[in-house]
Design a protein around this ligand. Sequence first.
Ligand SMILES: C[S@@+](CC[C@H](N)C(=O)[O-])C[C@H]1O[C@@H](n2cnc3c(N)ncnc32)[C@H](O)[C@@H]1O
Length: 367
Amino acid sequence: MIQDKLLTSLSQPKEKKMYQVPSYEDTLEEIVNSGLHTMVLALGYRVGILDAMERLGKASTPREISEEAHLNPRYVEEWLKCTSSKYIVLYDNGKYSVRTSDRVRKAVHTSAALLIFADCFPKLVNAIKNVETKTGYVYPPHELEWLGKFSELSSCNPSWITHNLNPAVLHCHQQMNNMATSLQLLDFGCGYGKLASELAKYYPKSSIYGTDIDDEAIQSCKNKYHLPNCQFEVISTELEQQWTEKFDTIIMMEVLHDLPNPVTVLAQVKRMLKADGYIIAFDPYVSSDMSKNVGMKGAQNDLPYSMFFCLPNSLSQQPAAGHGGSWGYEDRERFITDHGFTIVKHPDDDNQQDPSRTHHHRIIFKK
Ligand SMILES: C[S@@+](CC[C@H](N)C(=O)[O-])C[C@H]1O[C@@H](n2cnc3c(N)ncnc32)[C@H](O)[C@@H]1O
């Protein structure tokens, strides 16, 4: 039987591989053209064309879509023709539609980062041309709000907590009985608060605190989330003193690599951490060894934001550490130990080397 199969396969002409490896030029042209279309997509998201199409919920004519969106029909028509040429919008027999799913919503929301990038251009050009000094700028307006929504669409959900955070929390507090009753958790640099609010639901018997230096972000958290075991405060020296040795676990989500003053901030969190507490930091999944980043999704996803947001913020004030997204987890770990902490290894840590992971490298450390 096996022999028969072998003979048949030998007698068949060898199948020719039909695909061609794209040339460097093809790839570059496609990247640039996709970038142009991403800007057009962001425009449609900003003015509400996509929302209108989602509300219509069926393939519709340009007139129906522009009426639903209350927008100039000629511009809407041009937008539909442009985006459908690139398969962003689906075209069939005079009508246009979009698919909706969480991945689609995340991709569409991601496109809006380009609009904030564009606002940064003059400042960034100046900073790059300033050879003599470390120059940067704090996060541009709406960046944290945009990031808050991005986190909601990507990582701030029970499944992410189950796979990425909870194993670390259990590992750290395994000596405690019934950990859920007694944990004091701080989300340091909580931004628009989605993670803290999800933690409050995930650990209903624990007390969750969110803190940030950004007043607007904390005000938004206070207005939006009203959970009995969750509170938000703007960080201050008084609060830091009040919270001395208060927390079992401090989470720093996408904070460390953006800081102009990581040494000061590490001293702050050290003070607020209990003697037997743990810090769990999540930062971009980027290696300090550039050869490990070439072609990797983690680096490809994170480093554009670093160019416009993380690095300039990390250079925005003295001592202007200038880490940014390309800092890399190996150097970050070294930095943490150089500043008086001990790294805690988790059995899952090696899986973090899996190149299919795209976002968030986790480091657990203690005093
Ligand atoms: C990149 S954002 C991440 C926000 C949020 N954790 C998330 O993942 O969506 C970094 C956050 O750290 C906050 N931050 C920066 N420096 C801080 C400091 N010294 N104390 C408290 N928060 C700080 C920023 O205001 C910002 O909200």
